[in-house]
Structure formats: C-alpha cells, structure tokens
Design a protein around this ligand. Structure first.
Ligand code: GZL
Length: 314
C-alpha cells in the first residue's frame, strides 16, 4: 500500500514509503553535545516534547564532533527510523550522509543550526533562529550605547565554534552594523567554542595582548560568563570597565545581566522541541511544511532581565 499524501491513520503509509504502524513515529536525533547551558535546555526541550508528542526518540550526543553526528545519522538510516533531525555542529560536510538518508527515503529536519549544502532537497525544513539578525541586534545596541562618543571603541570578540552557523552569522551580522561608524574597532576575535572554560582562557589572553578593551562581544552567555571570571581575575569590573554583550539569555546569563556584569543579552531560544515534533509528524505523514521556520526571540536590558528572571524556563 503506498500513500501519497499519507495520514496519521494507524497502518497508513506515507510518501516516504514508511509504515507508521500505530501512528507512533520514531525519530533519530543527533545533538551537537552538552557544551553550554543553551544546549542543555535545548536537549531537555527535545526530549520532553518527544515524550508528550508520543514520538519514540533515539537520541545521540556527538560531543561537538562532526564525525560522531555522521555516524549517528548512518545508524539511524540502518535502524530505518521514520525521520531524522539534527543540529549540525558545523555548516559544511553533510551532503554525502544526507544523500544516504534521502536514498533510504528517510526525511531529514535541520534544527537549531543550518548546513551550507547547495542541494535543498537534502532536508525538508530548517527550524531555528536567524543568527545574522542576532548579531545585528547586538551591534545595534552597541551603536546606540556609544552614539554620543567620539573616542575609539575597542572591541574583543569571543566567537562560537569555528565553522558553525551561529558563529559565522553572529559575527557577520554584528560586523555589518558596527561598520557604519569607524570608531568601532574589533581589536581581537577568536573562538571560545561556546564553552565557559575556553571563553575564560581566551579572554585572559585578550587581556594580556589587547590594551584598553572597552567592549566584549561573546557569541553566547557561557563564553561571556567565563570571560567575566577572567576580567575579575585581572582586577577589572565587568559591565563597567568592559561592557559585555552576549547571545542566548539562559538563566546564568540573565542573572549576570541583572547583576550588571553583562550589559545586554540577545535572546536565542532553545525551546525548539514542540515545533520540531509537530514538523516531524507532518513530514512523516507526507504533508507540506515550510522550508524555513524562524524561532521567535527578543533582547534583554538589565531591567528587563530583573523582570524576566523569576519566571525564566531555562
Ligand atoms: C544557537 C546554538 C548555540 C548557542 C550556544 O542556536 O547553536 O550553540 O548560542 C550553543 O550556547 O552552544
């Protein structure tokens, strides 16, 4: 029996030729790792949403290694799951394994991060934030913050994982906005791999090599929190001697913002689970889904962080 539009009726087939036996679908999910507070919240959202959606979840943690994600995707194909979802740790190098999933008629959903494959048929949809927009929001706050200043503004940047979509795009969006005024200079820019430990280590090096740092732009809260330890260790006051802009808005970052150690946070929501499960069911049932689903998110000043903290989910 081959369905063409398919339905979630038990026993129905879908256009991928899969039989959703009792309407329950099996998802293979390859997660980047457990590198940050954001990732922990994202994993929780995916796992809890699978449970409440009645989706059988096969979950794999790649420990931030692309080869582990490729292995996991191959294993999901061998297990003949109904759908594969993953957050690609880096943008490039996915075409071969995604072709294998396509040949096995297993639909793929990108969640959180994007791939740079030219062949858009390799995945059904990409659910996640607009990272360029996030970088622009960070830059716009800085331009506003220094609108009356004529002096040079020396910026150091802690980039996310090298080659990842959030690192590439948050860097590009930020640079595009601050290019409007030559007083803004990125004096040093290096990856902190989205972790606190690396963020602290690289900030310590910046403090030694770069005189007169005015601003730190960190691509996530965790690197910003690590940098705060380095800044305080150097006898400087974070949020005052060095203004700090970060991205994510996880609880620890929001607390540092409320305490005035971080100056501004651009939110990047990790709560993608419910939308992912909804998209997965539609894809398995052979229904049309949008090529791109952009997550809703905002920004936080110190005051707004104080308001939001008591009810913050993550
Ligand atoms: C963004 C996500 C990034 C977060 C980091 O969607 O991929 O990875 O900003 C996380 O905290 O490590």
């Amino acid at each position: 029996m081959t369905g063409c539009g398919g339905s979630s009726t038990p026993g129905a087939s879908t256009d991928t030729g899969k039989v959703a036996d009792d309407g329950k679908i099996t998802m293979g999910f390859s997660q980047v790792g457990a590198e940050s507070g954001w990732r922990t919240a994202n994993t929780k959202s995916v796992q809890e949403s699978a449970k409440s959606a009645g989706v059988e979840l096969k979950f794999s943690d790649a420990q931030q290694k692309q080869e582990n994600q490729i292995k996991a995707i191959r294993s999901f194909v061998q297990q003949k799951v109904d759908v594969i979802a993953f957050s690609p740790v880096v943008e490039s190098g996915w075409d071969t394994v995604l072709k294998e999933a396509q040949n096995a008629k297993i639909p793929v959903i990108l969640t959180d991060r994007a791939v740079d494959s030219a062949d858009k048929t390799l995945y059904k949809t990409f659910l996640g934030s607009d990272f360029v927009e996030e970088g622009k929001k960070a830059g716009q706050w800085l331009v506003e913050e220094y609108k009356d200043s004529k002096d040079p503004v020396n910026i150091v940047e802690l980039q996310g994982t090298t080659g990842s979509a959030p690192a590439n795009d948050r860097k590009a969006g930020f640079a595009e906005v601050i290019a409007a005024d030559p007083k803004f200079k990125i004096a040093a820019s290096q990856t902190g791999d989205f972790t606190r430990a690396k963020g602290k280590e690289v900030m310590e090096a910046f403090l030694k090599s770069t005189p007169d740092i005015d601003v730190l732009y960190a691509h996530n809260d965790d690197m910003g929190l690590g940098a705060i330890e380095a800044i305080e260790g150097a006898g400087k006051v974070p949020g005052k001697d060095i203004k700090i802009i970060t991205v994510d808005a996880v609880k620890d970052g929001m607390q540092a913002l409320a305490d005035g150690k971080i100056s501004y946070i651009v939110e990047c929501s990790p709560l993608l689970g419910p939308q992912l499960m909804d998209l997965a069911k539609k894809v398995v049932a052979g229904e049309q889904v949008p090529e791109r689903v952009v997550t809703e998110e905002t920004t936080f000043t110190q005051e707004q962080a104080k308001q939001a903290l008591p009810t913050r989910q993550y």
